[in-house]
Ligand binder design. Structure first.
Ligand SMILES: [Cu+2]
Length: 353
């Protein structure tokens, strides 16, 4: 009797605990979400889009002379209707990985399945009771045992060689000149920092349905702001999270890495074709886990520089040119001069007080 009571109490506690957690950790900026039960939010995307109209409805807010968002190509960088295969790949690792799948894994899977099915059918027919009234008492056959040990070993080695090299390739450190982008997962949106370009941050929320349709983008994959990167250049992705574990994923680039609070995961992203690529948070992270899409726009270096300028960032080329002109010594002088001019008004204010 008592264990029934215990079980009920435990079940009740389990059901209630997520609600308690979300009530405790609800962010002060979103008071509306505190009262509503988490489950109700999850099943009602309409409520979700009406909660954050200010962020989502706002246009990019960037100078159109410098940057206009690129239109996605249907079927590329996004899931396709009735698709059962991986998305078309646009990174070197992605192409290698898809080749391993298409040329090695799938044929082996079919081959092994067909051979096993054939053996089973043959056994069922050949050794059925009617045709074989006196069953064999054989228990061991050295030759067959060697065969069924050696063949699987060969199969595993054939899979392991390209597979391990792919794994190594995916986690090769970024080259010195790679662009760095820091990705932060938040409940429930993404932030992209560009430390090499003045460390501005782009916040990306999901577009409401009407707006996504109006912009010609897939709903629940389109974000109001995009992570923009240059084409064919290695990007050092530093991935972390601010609250719970998220996962940053772009299927068309064979890219997926967990975003873990308190640590930074690193992986190189390089996409070799200009275009728009979509992804989603891929680690269950709470009520609106399904509503924090990733939109990556891959552009020419020139367009990337303009996008950086439109966001108030700095372009690496300019800095280098300045350094070349001024020289390091002159630069430290101006830096210290700037420091004193900045401090001066503060000192004056302190003196009057
Ligand atoms: Cu998430």
């Amino acid at each position: 009797m008592t264990h029934y009571v215990k079980a009920w109490i435990l079940a009740l506690a389990l059901v209630l605990s997520p609600a308690a957690v979300s009530a405790q950790e609800a962010l002060p900026e979103a008071p509306g979400t505190e009262a509503a039960p988490a489950a109700a939010e999850a099943v009602d995307p309409a409520a979700q889009s009406s909660e954050a109209p200010a962020e989502a409805a706002a246009p990019t807010g960037l100078d159109p002379a410098l940057y206009t968002p690129m239109k996605p190509t249907p079927g590329i960088g996004m899931p396709v209707d009735k698709g059962i295969d991986f998305q078309q790949q646009f990174s070197a690792t992605g192409q290698q990985a898809k080749w391993i799948n298409d040329a090695i894994l799938v044929p082996m899977m079919f081959g092994v399945s067909l051979i096993v099915l054939g053996l089973m059918l043959w056994t069922v027919v050949r050794f059925r009771r009617g045709a074989n009234p006196e069953p064999s008492k054989t228990t061991h056959n050295t030759f067959i045992e060697i065969i069924w040990t050696v063949i699987p070993v060969i199969i595993l080695v054939v899979i392991a060689v390209p597979s391990i090299s792919l794994l190594a390739q995916q986690f090769e450190p970024a080259p010195e000149d790679a662009l760095t982008v820091k990705v932060t997962g938040y409940q429930w949106y993404w932030g992209y920092n560009y430390p090499d370009n003045g460390d501005f941050e782009v916040i990306a929320n999901m577009l409401p349905e009407e707006e996504a349709v109006a912009r010609g983008e897939p709903y629940q994959l389109a974000a109001d702001n995009r992570m923009v990167i240059p084409v064919g250049k290695p990007v050092k992705m530093l991935i972390t999270a601010a609250d719970v574990i998220h996962s940053f994923a772009i299927p068309a680039a064979w890219f997926k890495l967990d975003a873990v609070p308190g640590r930074i995961n690193e992986k190189v992203l390089q996409i070799d074709r200009e275009g728009v690529y979509y992804g989603q948070c891929s680690e269950l992270c709470g009520a609106r886990h399904g509503f924090m899409p990733i939109t990556v726009e891959v552009v020419s270096q020139e367009k990337f520089d303009n996008w950086v300028l439109a966001n108030g960032g700095t372009v690496a080329g300019e800095e280098e040119a300045e350094e070349a002109e001024a020289g390091e010594a002159a630069e430290t002088e101006t830096a210290s001069a700037e420091d004193t001019t900045e401090e001066a008004p503060a000192d004056a204010a302190a003196a009057t007080n």
